[in-house]
Design a protein around this ligand. Structure first.
Ligand code: MOS
Length: 698
């Protein structure tokens, strides 16, 4: 696959490498983020968070700080505007944190207890740091373990097929191990920020989010407003990874703007993000695999445990990973959870699949060792004809094609399977492999495409480009459908006034929006083919994909991939260095190879980071984090990231008008297991607990 990086006029634009249409604006600072957009009379809110892990607020001593320079107001549970969080949102009942400042209860360290609003953000910060809050403290419990007495099985989280006990009993080879992953955080480069103001009876919010109609609709419900009277804009987003839905930034900006009747912006600090924007729960996962002498699975059991808060149930669905993956006579997968005095976790890149693949793909490597089989051969032996649990036909399944292409390019065929044999000075060397998968989802969307009188085209859709290159992909899709060069297409996104559209989440963005954009562009092209002049206001055609996506055939619809890693382990320090990674994916038709590769390499880098570095430590005494910042939370830096290559095999989705599946999250899936399996191959020691820190290696 070759890539070019100049934006030459092209027809058949899809599949052409195209630099980001807003790239220049981003690197020159012309692109304004939610925290940057100037507004007249803008006031600034600074959050004050609880210092106790459980209890209630007795008093907020706001009188003294009200007298400080520039301070306009102090909002807290005693005086904040009332909201109604008893509604059904896009993802069901909202996290009760939306009812911020509605009561005195404190359910975790870092719960918002006040917002200080001042003329400048420096004044707001100074006053916020001086604000005294008195609490009544209660005992708290933040200690996660799979043996916690509070563990329960939420409705719908158990899937069973066949006789597990019989399958295990009849197996020639068994694996029965526990794997753990720590609490992990998606601390996007751009912290959460929102500005709210009232403008002629309309509420306007300038935000950083993964879906502006989503946020607008929920704010309307929360504040009991007519949905048409709420407009949310979010043009540029500096990363999100699952964390940028409805957060206290938007809600508190609206409350303060309402209370003061002037524009107010609330920006989170890096530290505040650690308790306010969700994170990935720690997991403890027991995997039991039973296989025949030749490696055919008779029993597959995945019991995953994670935590949630006392106020809201979020389940990290790690055990779902194997459901579309491997044929087995008997299958059980279950996600269990425990409620602790911690913030509510949330979606974080490849929720479920990221930690689930670490456990399952590590266990398969252990099974391959026990069966005396090559790990790729073991997976091939358990390749299903239909969805192993669902029984549904696959949309397309090219997992083995990914392994074949990856093995060829990585040089897998020459590998000696025995561990601990390769040495390069003080380094032990090893290679590992793992599989990846992620669901293929589509959500109804609306779009409008306008043929302008000057010969250009304007696309309007409430898409969110969280850094993925979604706007550029939509430019290519519109250009191809209209059969014009990409330069003549202008895509406008991130404005709820453009109408409902899918969120940037679940890897569904480009597929969902692309469907709507190509539908409108196709109809427009047909209309233009009839001839006639374009009036000054242009000709606009709209699309709504609700009916089309609602009638899709039921299939086991997933993307797949194969991850390869080579590591070097320093026998004197225990340090693991990744030397190279290769990921080959079957993830639908690739719209823009340039940004697609970045997206996949980004995910793989995160997998490396997950394998070796990331770990948020919670202090049982205070209930809060130790080192809640990017110094204390260690993650891979450039020097840790070697040659990482991502590529793909041909895998168009037959049910999508363009063939798209989605590539947002699959890059991280399996990557940590490939690294861990390589560490075993290097050293002969299995690492079932992430991260693989030097002290665990020695
Ligand atoms: Mo993604 S974790 O669904 O934003």
């Amino acid at each position: 696959m070759t890539t070019t990086t100049t934006n030459v006029p092209v027809t058949g634009a899809v599949g052409t490498s195209y630099t980001r249409v807003e790239g220049r604006d981003k690197v020159t600072g012309a692109a304004r983020y939610a925290g940057d957009v100037p507004f007249a009379e803008l006031a600034h809110g600074w959050l004050v968070l609880s210092t106790i892990a459980r209890g209630r607020v007795l008093s907020v001593e706001s009188d003294t700080v009200r007298a400080m320079p520039g301070v306009l107001t102090v909002l807290h549970h005693g005086n904040a505007p009332r909201v109604d969080g008893d509604y059904m949102g896009m993802l069901g009942r909202p996290d009760p944190i939306v009812e911020v400042f509605q009561h005195d209860h404190v359910p975790f360290v870092g719960w918002p207890v006040a917002l200080v609003v001042a003329e400048t953000s420096e004044q707001a910060r100074e006053a916020a740091e001086a604000l005294v809050v008195h609490y009544e403290e209660e005992p708290h419990d933040v200690e996660f373990s799979s043996a916690h007495p509070g563990i329960y099985t939420p409705d719908g989280s158990l899937v069973e097929k066949g006789d597990l006990a019989a399958g295990l009993a009849a197996s020639a080879h068994l694996v029965d191990e526990e794997y753990t992953t720590p609490e992990e955080h998606h601390s996007s480069m751009e912290p959460h920020a929102a500005m709210a103001r009232w403008d002629n009876g309309r509420l306007e919010v300038v935000d950083s989010n993964q879906g502006s109609t989503w946020v607008a609709q929920e704010l309307a419900k929360l504040f009991s407003l007519d949905p048409d009277s709420v407009r949310v804009r979010s043009e540029h987003v500096g990363g999100a990874f699952g964390s940028k839905g409805v957060r206290v930034t938007q809600i508190l900006a609206v409350m303060a703007a309402t209370a003061l009747d002037r524009p107010v912006r609330v920006v989170m600090t890096r530290r505040q993000m650690f308790s306010l924007v969700g994170y990935r729960s720690p997991t403890a996962q027991r995997v039991r695999l039973g296989a025949d002498a030749d490696g055919r699975l008779r029993a597959l059991d995945h019991q995953a445990h994670s935590l949630t808060s006392t106020v809201h149930e979020f389940v990290e669905g790690s055990a779902g990973f194997a459901r579309p993956m491997y044929a087995s006579d008997a299958h059980r997968s279950v996600n269990r959870v425990v409620r602790l005095d911690v913030p509510t976790p949330t979606f974080m890149r490849a929720p479920g699949e990221a930690p689930g693949s670490f456990a399952m793909e590590s266990a398969l490597d252990e099974l391959a060792e026990r069966c005396g089989l090559d790990p790729i051969a073991l997976r091939a032996r358990n390749e299903p004809d239909v969805g192993p649990v669902s029984g549904l036909p696959f949309g397309s399944r090219n997992l083995l094609a990914c392994f074949e292409e990856g093995a060829r390019r990585f040089g897998w065929a020459d590998r000696d399977p025995r561990p601990g044999l390769r040495r390069d000075g003080r380094w032990l060397l090893g290679t590992g492999v793992a599989a990846a998968t992620f669901p293929v989802i589509v959500m109804p969307s609306t779009a409008a495409v306008t043929a302008e009188a000057d010969g250009t085209f304007t696309v309007r859709i409430t898409a969110s480009d969280v850094g993925t290159g979604a706007r550029t992909a939509l430019t290519l899709l519109a250009a191809e459908t209209l059969d014009v060069p990409g330069e003549r297409v202008h895509v406008r996104i991130g404005d709820s006034d453009f109408g409902p559209a899918a969120i940037s989440g679940g890897s569904m963005g480009t597929r969902s929006w692309g469907w709507a954009v190509t539908a409108a562009a196709r109809d427009l092209r047909e209309q233009l083919a009839l001839g006639g002049d374009i009036p000054p206001q242009g000709i606009t055609v709209r699309s709504d994909t609700s009916a089309a996506v609602g009638t899709l055939a039921e299939r086991e619809r997933h993307s797949y991939g194969a991850q390869f890693a080579e590591v070097a382990v320093d026998i004197t320090s225990g340090e693991v260095r990744v030397r190279r990674m290769l990921g080959i994916f079957a993830a639908g038709r690739i719209v823009n190879p340039l940004t697609a590769r970045s997206q996949l390499v980004g995910g793989m880098t995160w997998g490396l980071s997950m394998a070796l570095h990331e770990e948020a430590i919670r202090d049982r005494a205070t209930g809060g984090h130790v080192g809640a910042d990017l110094a204390g939370y260690h993650f891979a830096a450039n020097a840790d990231v070697p040659l990482i290559e991502a590529d793909w095999v041909d895998d168009p989705d037959a049910d999508d008008p363009v063939g798209i599946k989605g590539i947002g999250e699959i890059g991280i899936v399996g990557a940590a297991a490939a690294v861990a399996n390589a560490v075993w191959h290097a050293t002969g020691a299995r690492h079932r607990h992430l991260p693989i820190r030097p002290d665990r290696v020695l």
